[in-house]
Design a protein around this ligand. Structure first.
Ligand code: Z5A
Length: 214
């Protein structure tokens, strides 16, 4: 059975503006009368948030396959307890990072077939209806993230070359799945980015944004 809901993921590098934009789109959709679930990965359930703590704040980062399996375990709990039920209820689910982050980040160290096997275990085959890839140079994103003044997590502490390769892997995914993954230039003021996102959602879904300033 096809779920009546709609599943949108936000992807991109560090400090690309995902949290900002997901909040703005949620406001727009709610103003248009839609029921919206706003969630994030890793996280979204108590168990998955605990796994997030293990992944991002562990002193020594776990080995790559251990990381991928922890992301998959967190995602399985999140998908089965939050995302699927919301979609069955006809809600719009907005998720800050999902499987493409696994491909872009863990793809640095793992072979594609092994990585896809962990992704399939974590999602049970759920694929986003639409993915908005917020793209900007990693120097700009890291600069924004560091301006917030919070200590960087295990991924933020990686070198600039790593973040540049993450960006390239995201863009390669968008070239491979151009109907699902839409690239948004995130190196612009937040309101300009938000306007592009509203236009893309209106053009690539049946979601009615009328009356919400789309
Ligand atoms: N990870 C993984 O490896 N594998 C996986 O499968 C998954 C995740 C799911 C944590 O993610 C890490 O998990 C992530 C990959 C890994 N690490 N990295 N890198 P996260 O989503 O929690 O962390 P994040 O990407 O680092 O989020 P972030 O730093 O909060 O960035 P953001 O959500 O994209 O940006 P933001 O919070 O909206 O904005 C950042 C700052 O910039 C903030 O001060 C804003 O006010 C400002 N901002 C926002 N938009 C603009 C514009 N347009 N102009 C100027 N300033 C702006």
């Amino acid at each position: 059975m096809i779920d009546p809901g709609f599943f949108i993921t936000f992807e991109g590098g560090e400090g690309a503006g995902k949290s900002t934009q997901i909040r703005l789109l949620a406001e727009t959709l709610r103003a248009a009368g839609h029921e919206v679930v706003l969630t994030r990965e890793p996280g979204g359930t108590p168990l998955a948030e605990a796994i997030r703590g293990l992944l991002l704040n562990a002193g020594e980062p776990p080995e790559a396959m251990t990381q991928a399996l922890l992301f998959a375990a967190a995602r399985h709990d999140h998908v089965s307890r939050v995302i699927r039920p919301a979609m069955r209820a006809g809600q719009i689910v907005l998720c800050d990072r999902f499987t493409d982050s696994t491909r872009a980040y863990q793809g640095e160290a793992l072979a594609e077939d092994a990585l896809e096997a962990t992704i399939l275990l974590g999602t049970s085959g759920l694929v986003p209806d639409l993915t908005l890839l917020l793209d900007l140079p990693p120097e700009a994103g890291l600069g924004r993230a560091r301006q917030r003044g919070v200590a960087g997590d295990a991924f933020e502490r990686a070198d600039l070359g790593f973040h540049a390769r993450v960006r390239e892997r995201f863009l390669a995914l968008a070239r491979r799945e151009p109907d699902r993954i839409l690239v948004v230039d995130a190196d612009r003021p937040a309101e300009a980015v938000a306007a592009s996102i509203r236009a893309l959602v209106a053009a690539h879904s049946a979601i009615d944004l009328a009356g919400a300033g789309a």
